[in-house]
Design a protein around this ligand. Sequence first.
Ligand code: FES
Length: 167
Amino acid sequence: MAVKKSRRDFLGMAFGGFAAVGGVLTLGAMKQTWDPLPSVQAAGFVTVDLSPLQEGELRTITWRGKPIFLLKKTAEMKKNENRDVVVGNADYSVIIGLCTHLGCIPSWIPSTMQFKCACHGGEFDASGINTFGPPPRPMDIPPFKIDGMTLVLGEEGSEYKKLVAKA
Ligand code: FES
């Protein structure tokens, strides 16, 4: 009699254990289903407040896994109406910081006001225009929108569409 009871208890505990494990696995699978796919996360927007940027200061942020250069131009830097993002009364370069030769990340050289690519010696001016070496074209401008002093990367605003139309 005592043996039967303990066997029943064992079966009950074993079944309960299987049910608990099954429940945990089901919850894990449900979470995976609910979580956004990596591609959806990567499509997110990034907002940047431009107001703290000083003249001549370069800030690099990451958007969709790419470096984005934000440079507030100084009076000495050549303006480029086909590429500059005008916010308030300041001009900014907003550039995907990847060399258009083979994709290295160029460095900003404040003394010469240019971007230099260490991989094969490519050079770009402060607007991201290729000026020397193997890069075949200017660095790309990411889609953006201006909202007051805020730059929204990943959204095609009217300012971006105007630049693209001029290109
Ligand atoms: S990758 Fe920049 S010059 Fe070649």
